[in-house]
Design a protein around this ligand. Structure first.
Ligand SMILES: Cc1cc2nc3c(=O)[nH]c(=O)nc-3n(C[C@H](O)[C@H](O)[C@H](O)COP(=O)(O)OP(=O)(O)OC[C@H]3O[C@@H](n4cnc5c(N)ncnc54)[C@H](O)[C@@H]3O)c2cc1C
Length: 540
């Protein structure tokens, strides 16, 4: 918390030219850009306003900082040497989980009211500004729902628990808890992207199965159950592994160690082993990828949105700094070169939010075409916003000068987090190859994407030319070696198309001038804009 009345006149000097503490913020009310696109895309302000308000409070932001500094601890055994495989967290972690789940982070998209995915997507942006680690179990819980439905009996029992809007951290059977969370364990040592190489074996045991093998990454091992893949008699199959067996005993899911990660510190990512571990089957034997892909599709939405949250937090901090700091007798905000950097960052953020929220709207859609658009566009959004995020956070950090590199500011946490969402749920190359596959196999996805882009034709000749050039360059998709080039160009075109329809004219014009028409150097801020203030005003 900001200390009360700190002394500014010290024995050797007076403290000047340092912005006042930030105090309470309101992450929803203060974010014109997010409110704009969330509103257009059907998100529910009644859920978002209180969430943004509570997350922005200084006390909540402090909890985020503490949850990242006081790390989770693995307790394999109790004091008598009996096996428990539990992870303990600082109360700040539980506070943040409680805020998110009671706000409907995991449940809202599946409730009866409209706009659930758009609301959820905006929540991801808000949450990631404060503490990204808790997003992992909350996102997996949200995304698990369609895969759980592959087994109606399991769904009847588990879906209401996950949708309870309650957080219950107790380590006991889910049937005795007020709410449950779900994790995911796919990745093994020999191959993460290529899950068909999974070596964990599933053996039938009556109605259910016993699993034997390992998982190299299993984030949030304190979840109540895990979607997992294993090789059954008829091939790779999806299972749900509960932490507790139906008879009330601990399941033989062993947590071997916690990962010592670059960032994402509050989240206890682990390595686990299955020792003839009890599991229920979800979907048919041999159809594991088809079943779990339902979950992956939804986690991809969150990994497309999370970078926007990290960017917003970094941008907001940089903006606060330039308003309160001067150099060479002028406030930083009034320096033309600083305005170029800030305006460029605003364009990056607005483009990510615009496309992210547009994709979320497609997740809420009910037509086949909505679904096809969601499949292709979520991959494009994930690729584009994640490739942008690390460099963005670094530039925002530099705006703070030296203090941006110090742990008392949120910048180091944001910087460590910035590369992560690109790695999981399909690393960059995998996403680009997925885009090629979807375009080759799903004519409806091609049509939906073309329709979305074509809606903006005629509004700007530079945009029209870019679309024409793109279609001439790649009339039928790209060879593998050009899949990144293809995805990054198409991602920008999609962003420009959405901005042309929904952004203020200054913003769309500047985005197209600098990103589509090529009037830009190869670092952020290397642009020339007639009126950067009109763009910076978007974050005022
Ligand atoms: C913090 C953290 C938490 C995680 N939590 C979980 C979790 O809870 N559950 C879970 O299951 N997993 C989890 N993961 C694992 C994550 O999903 C994998 O690391 C990811 O899927 C990549 O798999 P891999 O590490 O085996 O890399 P690989 O699959 O070996 O890929 C390595 C590189 O090769 C590229 N590549 C692969 N194939 C091709 C190709 N055909 N052409 C060109 N390039 C290619 C990839 O894009 C990647 O850049 C977590 C990872 C991290 C970092």
């Amino acid at each position: 918390m900001t200390p009360l009345n700190p002394q500014t006149v010290l024995e050797t000097h007076e403290v000047t030219n340092q912005p006042d503490g930030r105090g309470d913020l309101d992450l929803w009310a203060d974010d014109k850009i997010l409110r704009h696109y969330a509103g257009i895309m059907g998100a529910d302000q009644d859920d978002l306003a209180p969430y943004g308000h509570i997350l922005g409070r200084e006390q909540t932001r402090d909890a985020g900082r503490i949850a990242n500094r006081v790390l989770p601890e693995l307790q394999i055994f109790d004091r008598s040497g009996r096996r428990i495989d539990e992870v303990t967290f600082h109360p700040a972690y539980h506070q943040l989980m409680n805020i998110g789940l009671t706000a409907g982070y995991a449940a809202r998209p599946w409730e009866e009211k409209s706009g659930g995915h758009a609301t959820h997507a905006a929540m991801v942006i808000l949450q990631n500004q404060v503490e990204p680690g808790v997003s992992c179990p909350m996102t997996m819980s949200y995304a698990a729902i369609p895969a759980l439905k592959a087994n109606p009996d399991i769904a009847a029992e588990w879906v209401p628990r996950v949708m309870s809007r309650k957080y219950d951290p107790a380590s006991k059977p889910a049937s005795q808890k007020s709410g449950a969370t779900i994790g995911m364990a796919m990745t093994e040592k020999q191959g993460g992207s290529d899950v068909r190489a999974n070596s964990t074996v599933a053996t039938r045991d009556g109605e259910n199965y016993r699993l034997r093998g390992h998982k190299w990454f299993c984030s949030a091992p304190m979840c109540d159950a895990f979607l997992t893949l294993a090789q059954a008699k008829d091939g790779l199959t999806c299972f749900l592994v509960p932490r507790w067996k139906p008879d009330g005993s601990r399941n033989t899911l062993q947590v071997m160690r916690l990962k010592d990660k670059l960032g994402n510190k509050a989240n206890a990512s682990s390595e686990i082993e299955y020792h003839d571990t009890f599991a229920w089957r979800l979907g048919d034997e041999g159809k594991g990828v088809k079943t779990i892909v339902q979950m992956v599709h939804h986690t991809r939405l969150d990994t497309a949105m999370a970078p926007a949250g990290l960017m917003r937090a970094a941008l907001s901090e940089a903006h606060w700094w330039v308003l309160g700091r001067s150099a060479f007798q002028r406030r930083l905000i009034d320096q033309p070169l600083m305005q170029s950097v800030l305006a460029d960052l605003v364009l990056e953020y607005e483009a990510s939010v615009a496309v992210g929220m547009r994709v979320a709207k497609a997740f809420d859609g009910t037509s086949e075409k909505d679904r096809a658009f969601a499949r292709i566009a979520v991959a494009l959004a994930k690729f584009t916003s994640n490739k942008r995020c690390p460099n963005f956070v670094y530039e925002a950090m530099e705006i703070l000068g030296g203090v941006g590199y110090v742990e008392e500011s949120p910048m180091p946490m944001l910087y460590r987090e910035a590369p992560l969402n690109s790695i999981w749920e399909g690393s960059g190359n995998i996403i680009c190859l997925d885009i090629q596959r979807t375009l080759a196999r799903e004519p409806l996805a091609v049509e939906a994407l073309h329709d979305e882009i074509n809606l903006s034709l005629g509004a700007d000749r530079r945009f029209d030319q870019a679309v024409k050039d793109f279609n001439t360059r790649w009339p039928h998709g790209a060879p593998e070696s050009e899949a990144r080039w293809f995805a990054s160009r198409l991602g920008l075109i999609l962003e420009a198309a959405v901005l042309l329809r929904h952004a203020p004219e200054d913003v769309a014009d500047a985005f197209i001038a600098t990103r589509i028409a090529g009037e830009r150097g190869d670092v952020l801020g290397a642009i020339s804009l007639g009126n950067p203030r009109a763009i910076i005003e978007r974050i005022s």
